[in-house]
Design a protein around this ligand. Structure first.
Ligand code: NAD
Length: 394
């Protein structure tokens, strides 16, 4: 069986998730399309890099990502660093002929994302952006229902991503609150996942009308390189610095196929943890998904008898997309790890079979165009179109 050597850049939260996916993928998907070998992990922080190698099962570690890009034995460069590093690493990796998976958002800006797309397309390598939530089996099941016409013509998409880890003003100013590192705030961090789901399930977004707020304008300066996602609170008289990104986004959406919709994204919604939801209304039925109950898809169909019509719950299991590879009984529990395992499987399959994988850098780029339009609309108070900038390369 073929082996593909992985060089992973970044040993934080996503470093853990991607390492688990490489280890777990052949355990679930057997025979595996290829076995990923965890060759080198890189972190600018030496201590973290050494620890990541031991903990996440890599053969070696380094503190400069160029070591991985220049290593001829590396097949896959996996970018799991903060957003400001994605473009430089991905473009160098493409030039070195490596297949690339990058965490989301693809970059900080549309311009960076476009350069990444161009470099990967020119090099002819496989490229993927890690919007893993679409790989939750219940989301894939929603896609199946839509493609089969089970809910008819889509009229409305209502998506939310609500969290509360930054609702406390004492949650530190991690890289996620700094434009020069993150690019944008809740929009790029979590709103982009909803945009990915909306494009995947409904179609291209052509026009937006947004509102952006920054509720907490300054936060205690963070210590250490890794984002603690609000789990470490500062108290007392600590140094604070300005937040220069959005805390919350609300936007209306128009789709290419005539559907309309809305998106809300905030990390300041007390009581909401990973409340990533969509409700889709078609002219023959509705679908509802909430990641906090990720084994379940709620469905309602117009042709159900009048006295039985209403949402019912389907628990995903072996009968559903990717389900046969996962666990033998519905509702044993799909986790975040499984979405990353399916993602790794689909990326590695595309490399081995020389097929396209989605979402790729084109999708990542389009999502940046849509984010720009949302922020432009929030500042102008006008609807903004997103279609003029559709590139030739897909
Ligand atoms: N798909 C998802 O659900 C999801 C969830 C969380 C984060 N993310 C994305 O993953 C990426 C990483 O986020 P995270 O939560 O893992 O961050 P993190 O802060 O937990 O970890 C980032 C790591 O990268 C290291 N690093 C920073 N600059 C580096 C460089 N130049 N070279 C090598 N290492 C470097 C840091 O030392 C740190 O260990 C971001 O783009 C983020 O948006 C995606």
């Amino acid at each position: 069986m073929r082996t593909l050597n992985v060089g992973m850049i970044g040993g934080g939260f996503m470093g853990k998730a991607h390492s688990l996916a490489y280890a777990g993928m052949p355990m679930f998907f057997w025979p595996a399309p290829a076995v990923p070998f965890r060759k080198t992990v890189v972190d600018i922080n030496d201590e973290l890099a050494r620890e990541a190698a031991a903990r996440y099962g890599f053969e070696s570690w380094a503190s400069d990502w160029r070591k991985v890009v220049e290593d001829p034995s590396i097949d896959i460069v996996d970018i799991v660093t903060p957003n400001h590093t994605h473009a430089e690493i991905a473009i160098a990796a493409a030039k070195a002929g490596k297949h690339i998976i990058s965490e989301k958002p693809l970059a900080r800006t549309t311009e960076e994302a476009k350069r990444m797309l161009d470099a990967a397309s020119e090099a002819g390598v496989k490229h993927m952006v890690a919007f893993n939530y679409r790989r939750t089996p219940a989301v894939s099941l929603a896609k199946k229902y839509i493609e089969e016409g089970a809910i008819g013509r889509i009229l409305n998409f209502r998506g939310t991503y609500l969290q509360d880890w930054s609702a406390d003003p004492n949650a530190p100013l991690s890289w996620r609150f700094r434009r020069e590192v993150a690019g944008s705030g809740a929009l790029g961090d979590i709103g982009t996942h909803v945009i990915d789901l909306a494009r995947y399930l409904v179609g291209e977004i052509t026009e937006v009308m947004g509102i952006a707020n920054t509720w907490i304008p300054e936060r205690p300066v963070s210590s250490g390189p890794v984002d603690k996602l609000g789990t470490v609170k500062s108290s007392g008289d600590v140094k604070k610095a300005a937040v220069d990104v959005d805390d919350e986004i609300n936007t209306l959406l128009r789709f290419e196929n005539g559907a309309v919709g809305s998106l809300e994204a905030t990390r300041n919604a007390w009581g909401r943890n990973n409340f990533l939801t969509f409700e889709i209304h078609g002219d023959k039925g509705s679908l509802y998904f909430n990641y906090e109950r990720r084994d379940e898809l709620q469905v309602c169909f117009s042709d159900d008898p009048d006295d039985r019509r209403g949402f019912r719950t389907i628990y995903t299991g072996p009968a559903h997309p990717n389900g046969a590879a996962l666990w033998p009984i519905p509702a044993l529990g799909i986790g975040y790890g499984e979405t990353k395992i399916i993602e790794a499987h689909d990326f590695i399959s595309a490399i081995v079979q020389d097929t396209e994988v989605s979402p790729n850098f084109y999708d990542g780029y389009r999502i940046h165009v849509i984010c720009d339009a949302i922020l432009e609309s929030a500042s102008s108070g006008q609807w903004v179109k997103t279609v003029e900038q559709l590139p030739a390369a897909r």
